[in-house]
Structure formats: structure tokens, C-alpha cells
Design a protein around this ligand. Structure first.
Ligand SMILES: [Zn+2]
Length: 386
């Protein structure tokens, strides 16, 4: 018995709703039981910043707090300490799990903009930490020296806390046309350098971030974005995640050509914050992703070995906009994470939905008992649909 893929991950999102380390440890216990070996921790986003960085006190006093969540009127806040994160790393290592920190750049940074508006192309001192979901225009400006000083300090902290050789830099959903394309500093820079468009600037930005991390012995990962790939911003050997619904088969082909490693987090199978039962809260837009739909994941999407041998694994992503507490996180993550775990471990010819369903009856009891977990109560307490 050995795994089909070396990378079998889950991602948690304390940026959207803070998850105390003691809760993360419970999440990790179950991960380890199902032989997941990578925990990606999404530490920063528009709705919150959770990594303390020496010299930047406003990350805690401003970026880690918001006045409410999804119009519920209730203030929310949370910040890890360096020691807590180190403890988490140690707890995970003892269970065979590597922790990969994610610092999202250049976008998804409204929480940072609330504290340090001067890092952005069009500083607005009235910026507040975002209280609802959606993509924003808060992209850091690559032409301000203080931005690079800040990220040097961030990366130094990551080096101190996380022994992993990987930092996930996000790189998703960054509306460049409405930001960098119109930034006077960017415009002047592109003219000086003879750059034909904003993608060339982005490529240079990613390379610079990457080389700063290389100094600490770390490589980058990114969420794959097709328009950026077309502009050739990814470097041979980088690892990227496929995530957008329906794009994975073509992404497998494209990334093979570009010499990238690929991790499968296909939205239609691996987004574990989506409802899994018809009628469950879908926030008005999420597709229902049943257990069977998650189970159907073949990470290679049926492609022959020679076209798919750059796939290094699978990852379930548990986005946190609508998951305010551990009960809700577990309620959405399981049992679908069991399906993702099997997709990462077993070759397709050893898998069957009927067999999986039969096995799962016992696992259901195990999961419920292990966490003294009241599924009905959690279901009732799901945040109200708005
Ligand atoms: Zn700018």
C-alpha cells in the first residue's frame, strides 16, 4: 500500500474567520487519520490578516479586526502569535503533516490596505477591513520601496516559523487592468523598461518575490490563472493549483507544456465549503457538490500517464467566508475530505463508489464520536442565508 500522489492536502482559511490553534489541532487530528500530509494555511485576505510581523503593529490593531461579517453586526477579530504558529507546525510535524503558509499577493489585500494604505497604488485612508465576500481592487503597488521592505519582514517571519520549503503566494483574482494598468508609477515604469503590458510587470513582480524567498531556501506556489499563464508569468518548475470550475482538463495540458508541477484543487470536486446536500445553505450561488461528486474526482481526469505525470497531488480547499467556527468547518469538510483523501491515495482501478459508500458508514460514526460532534446542531446553527 502506497500513495498514488505525494501531495495530499487540505487548505484552511483563518483569514476569513479566525480559527484558534486548538481548533486547528482538532482539524489536523482528523487529517492525519486520513493520511493527508499537507496543511495550507491561508493567513491573509481582504477580510483579515493573521500573521504578526515585527515593526508592523497595525496588522494586529487594524488588519486583524473587522466590524462585522456578512452583515451580521458582530465584530470579529483574531491574530496568531509567533509561538502559537510554531506550536501548530510542531503539532503537525508530529503527525506527518507539513504546514504551508499562504500570503496572498498582489491582490486579496484589503485588510492590509486598511492599516497601510501607503502600500497601494491609490492610497485611501478610509479603507476598512472587508466585511463581506467578493474580489477587491486592493493590489499592492510594486513601485514603492516600503512595500518590499514590508514583504522582506513578512518572509523573514515565515522563515522563522515555518520549516517548509514552500510559501504559497496566492496570485489569484488580481484585477490588474483597474489597478496597475492605471497607476502612474506603473505606467512610468513600463515606459522606462519598454514593457508592452501589465503582465510583463506582473511577471517581474512574481520573480522578485520568488527570489526573495529563494534566499530563505523557499520555493513558491500559486493559484493558476489562465490569462497569466498566457502572458507566461509562471516559471518552469513552479507548482501551481488548478481550482476554477471546469478548467482542470485544459489546465493539465497547458501546465504540462509549461513545465509546471500541478496540484488538483478543481472547484467542482475539491471546494469543501460548498454545500454537499441539496437544500443546504448555498449563499445564493454555490453549486451543490455532493459526496459522490467529490468522490468522482480522478486527479488525472482520465489522461494517460505521459500527459499527467506532472500532477503531484490533490487538495481540498475549505474557504472560510461562511464558516465561522470549527463545527461548521468539520460539517462541510467531512465526509467529502474522505473522498479527496482516497483520490490522492488510491489508483483509479482500486476505487469504487459502492465500496467507498459501504466503508463510509463506519467512518461516519467514527468522525461523529471522535469529536463529540452534533451534526444536527451544527446544521441548525449554520449562519443564516443572506
Ligand atoms: Zn502602483
Amino acid at each position: 500500500d502506497e500513495p498514488r500522489y505525494p501531495w495530499r492536502g487540505l487548505m484552511v482559511d483563518p483569514a476569513r474567520h479566525f480559527i484558534p490553534v486548538k481548533d486547528l489541532e482538532k482539524f489536523v487530528d482528523l487529517m492525519a487519520y486520513y493520511k493527508f500530509n499537507k496543511l495550507q494555511i491561508h493567513l491573509t485576505d481582504d477580510q483579515g490578516w493573521r500573521l504578526p510581523v515585527p515593526g508592523y503593529p497595525k496588522l494586529k490593531s487594524i488588519s486583524s479586526k473587522r466590524k462585522e461579517s456578512m452583515r451580521n453586526g458582530t465584530p470579529h477579530e483574531g491574530m496568531y502569535t509567533k509561538q502559537e504558529l510554531k506550536d501548530l507546525v510542531e503539532y503537525c510535524a508530529a503527525r506527518g503533516i507539513e504546514v504551508i503558509p499562504e500570503i496572498d499577493v498582489p491582490g486579496h489585500n484589503q485588510a492590509l490596505a486598511a492599516a497601510y494604505p501607503e502600500f497601494f497604488c491609490f492610497p485611501n485612508p478610509d479603507t476598512k477591513v472587508k466585511t463581506d465576500e467578493g474580489v477587491t481592487l486592493h493590489l499592492i503597488c510594486p513601485h514603492k520601496p516600503e512595500v518590499w521592505e514590508f514583504y522582506a519582514a513578512v518572509f523573514k517571519e515565515l522563515k522563522d516559523i515555518f520549516p517548509s520549503g514552500i510559501v504559497h503566494l496566492g496570485g489569484d483574482e488580481a484585477p490588474l487592468e483597474k489597478t496597475w494598468a492605471q497607476c502612474p508609477l506603473s505606467i512610468r515604469y513600463r515606459e522606462q523598461k519598454g514593457m508592452k503590458d501589465v503582465h510583463e510587470e506582473l511577471k517581474e513582480f512574481i520573480k522578485k518575490m520568488s527570489s526573495m524567498l529563494a534566499v530563505h531556501g523557499k520555493r513558491i506556489q500559486l493559484w493558476y490563472e489562465k490569462p497569466w499563464a498566457k502572458a507566461n508569468i509562471y516559471s518552469k518548475g513552479d507548482a501551481v493549483f488548478t481550482w476554477r470550475m471546469g478548467q482542470t482538463p485544459s489546465t493539465i495540458t497547458e501546465t504540462k507544456k509549461q513545465g509546471l508541477s500541478l496540484i488538483i484543487a478543481a472547484g467542482e470536486h475539491c471546494y469543501l465549503d460548498y454545500p454537499q446536500i441539496p437544500g443546504q445553505n448555498n449563499r445564493g450561488w454555490m453549486p451543490t457538490t455532493t459526496l459522490e461528486q467529490s468522490y468522482k474526482l480522478d486527479p488525472a481526469f482520465g489522461k494517460p500517464e505521459k500527459e499527467a505525470n506532472h500532477i503531484i497531488g490533490v487538495q481540498g480547499t475549505v474557504w472560510g467566508e461562511h464558516l465561522p467556527a470549527l463545527d461548521h468547518i468539520l460539517y462541510r469538510t467531512y465526509p467529502r475530505a474522505c473522498a479527496i483523501a482516497e483520490a490522492g491515495w488510491s489508483p483509479m482501478n482500486a476505487r469504487s463508489w459502492e465500496n467507498f459508500r459501504r466503508k463510509l458508514a463506519d467512518h461516519r460514526q467514527f468522525i461523529l464520536k471522535r469529536f463529540n460532534y452534533d451534526m444536527e446542531r451544527t446544521k441548525e446553527n449554520e449562519p443564516p442565508f443572506k
